[in-house]
Design a protein around this ligand. Structure first.
Ligand code: OAD
Length: 250
């Protein structure tokens, strides 16, 4: 099954951990997932950080170290290539914090849950900054001298950046009626607001596609489902039409 993009088609892509699985980055849910062996709240909530910040930093430091040895896979590259052709008619929203889309060349990107290679202060208003260091004790903020540094990722119970949500809303609102597509890749659809984008896109007139290795719980929300690993599917998914109906799902 191929997704045909016409000369005016807009494409909104949402990715989750599955798109990085073939790079060797573990997913969150399911066998071998990061949440299988530890309670989410322990390492991914402000309460967990208050209770035991060393454990939180050890968890994120191990993930940072792992990232040093992985790179983008053909799925990331395919999305960067489709962006080059579509330009401003393309937006990539990712729940991933691994930075692999940027490494592959994606530029029109919203990192909804932040970036693991950035830190911020839990006390002052210093902007998130690049930080690939590993810590087993809690680093102090050297700007305010009071706060503790923490990974600049969004934890459970925290607000997403309203500017990020606004950018996605604007893209949906400006997409041409009948000629735009929402494509989700490698996400279980378990975490909102990202999981709500499929229904929002449907009600705004987008065609909805899903690429995933298994049918996730929200599979029925999508009109088209292509089953398989994204590193194999995405490089073959898109085809380009210069005329005729903008979308020809089969
Ligand atoms: P999940 O781990 O929940 O889901 C990953 C999905 O990718 C599953 O449906 C897998 O079947 C699928 N998958 C695995 N390998 C794949 C492959 N090679 N190709 C295609 N699909 C594949 O990850 P997310 O949906 O990204 O949030 O999780 C959403 C959020 O929950 C994360 O951003 C994180 C987590 O808690 C925070 O930390 C705030």
């Amino acid at each position: 099954m191929r997704l045909t993009l016409g000369p005016g088609t807009h494409l909104l892509v949402l990715t989750g951990a599955g798109v990085s699985a073939e790079s060797g980055v573990p997913t969150f849910r399911g066998g071998g997932g990061l949440w299988e062996s530890r309670p989410v709240e322990q390492v991914a909530s402000p309460q967990g950080f208050d209770r035991d910040p060393e454990t939180v930093w050890r968890f994120y430091s191990a993930r940072r170290e792992k990232l040093a040895s992985v790179g983008p896979n053909p799925g990331h590259v395919a999305l960067a290539e489709v962006e080059k052709r579509l330009g401003d008619r393309f937006l990539l929203v990712t729940q991933n914090v691994d930075g692999l889309h940027r490494q592959a060349g994606s530029e029109r990107i919203v990192e909804l849950h932040g970036n693991i290679l950035e830190s911020r202060c839990d006390s002052c208003h210093r902007l998130p900054f690049f930080d690939d260091a590993s810590y087993d004790t809690v680093p102090r903020c050297d700007e305010c001298g009071r706060g503790r540094l923490r990974p600049a990722v969004v934890w459970f119970g925290e607000m997403l950046d309203p500017a990020h949500l606004h950018r996605v809303e604007t893209f949906i609102n400006e997409a041409p009626a009948g000629d735009w597509v929402f494509l989700a890749v490698g996400t279980s659809g378990a975490v909102y607001p990202a999981a709500g984008l499929v229904l929002q896109s449907r009600s705004a007139g987008g065609a909805t596609w899903l690429v995933n290795v298994d049918p996730p719980d929200n599979r029925a929300a999508f009109e088209h489902f292509v089953q398989g690993p994204s590193g194999e599917i995405l490089p073959r998914l898109f085809e380009w039409s210069r005329s005729g109906p903008p979308l020809t799902p089969s």
